[in-house]
Each structure stands twice: as structure tokens, then as C-alpha cells.
Design a protein around this ligand. Structure first.
Ligand code: HEC
Length: 127
């Protein structure tokens, strides 16, 4: 049960974003960071726009907050460092094609290359 907590919070956060289409970027982002505030989100300093944040919350967040299946965790520089060292092209290719437990496109069928790159920067903490 304890393990489900961040997952549930992400769902709550996602439904808040999905329902309140009038909310500004700032409101949506602060809602998102409040909702997942007990995890490491505050360590990530790169920003996602509301649309990309919504896509991220519905896909990458499922694994990259708790580290499901060995996923490098959001804002955890130590876990992201060796990944980043491979270069953006390899990271992008692994994201699009899948890599071990990492599913192709990270479950985000609507994500463009730019979205995925922004999400990777966001999760890696802005580097
Ligand atoms: C079902 C769980 C899951 C989802 C959803 C998921 N990932 Fe992952 N991701 C993983 C796991 C597990 C790894 C570690 C794979 C390994 O190194 O064996 C990983 C690794 C990665 C890596 C590092 C790849 C490398 O070459 O080291 C990137 C970048 C990444 N994910 C991006 C994303 C993005 C962007 C999304 C959302 C669009 C996403 N992931 C969604 C599980 C997931």
C-alpha cells in the first residue's frame, strides 16, 4: 500500500489538471508540485508547460517518480548522471524505441520528440 501512495497522488494531480482547463500555467504547475510534493519533484528545476506536464503525469510519472522497474527517479542527479552521459540522441532513441523495462514512447503516444526531450531534461533536474 505504501508503494501506491505516489501513484495515487499522481492520479489525483492528473485529474486536477485534466478537469480544470481554465487554470493558468502557474496554478497547474503548483497544483502538480503540491500533489507530488512528498516525492522528489522539488529537486527538478527544469520547467514543463502545462500540456507537456499533463502528458508527463499520465505516462513517465507512473515509473519515474518511484523508480519502478529500475527507472531513474525524477530529480535524482545520481541516477540520471550515467544516463545523460550517453548523450541526448541515445536517450531519445531509448525513449522512443524502449529500453529493457522502459516501454516504447514511455506510454506517451501523443508525445513528439520535443516533448520527450523536455521531459528527459525535466526528470534529470534541468541538466
Ligand atoms: C512502465 C514504466 C516506465 C514508463 C511509463 C516510463 N519509463 Fe522511462 N524508464 C523506465 C525504466 C525501468 C528505465 C530504466 C531502463 C534500464 O536502464 O534498464 C527507464 C529509463 C528511461 C530513460 C533512460 C534511458 C537510458 O538510455 O538510460 C529515459 C530517458 C526515460 N526512461 C524516459 C522516459 C520518458 C520521457 C517517459 C515518458 C514519456 C518514460 N521514460 C516513461 C520505465 C518507464
Amino acid at each position: 500500500m505504501e508503494n501506491l501512495k505516489p501513484y495515487l497522488l499522481v492520479l489525483i494531480c492528473f485529474s486536477m489538471l485534466a478537469c480544470d482547463s481554465t487554470s493558468s500555467k502557474e496554478e497547474a504547475e503548483s497544483a502538480a508540485s503540491t500533489a507530488v510534493g512528498i516525492t522528489t519533484i522539488e529537486k527538478a528545476d527544469a520547467e514543463l508547460d502545462t500540456d507537456t506536464l499533463r502528458k508527463w503525469t499520465g505516462s513517465c510519472a507512473l515509473c519515474h517518480i518511484t523508480g519502478n522497474g529500475g527507472a531513474p527517479r525524477l530529480g535524482n542527479a545520481e541516477e540520471w548522471q550515467p544516463r545523460l552521459a550517453q548523450g541526448a540522441e541515445i536517450l531519445l532513441a531509448h525513449t522512443i524505441e524502449g529500453f529493457n523495462n522502459m516501454p516504447p514512447l514511455g506510454y506517451c503516444m501523443a508525445c513528439e520528440r520535443e516533448d520527450l526531450l523536455a521531459m528527459i531534461r525535466f526528470m534529470a533536474g534541468g541538466s
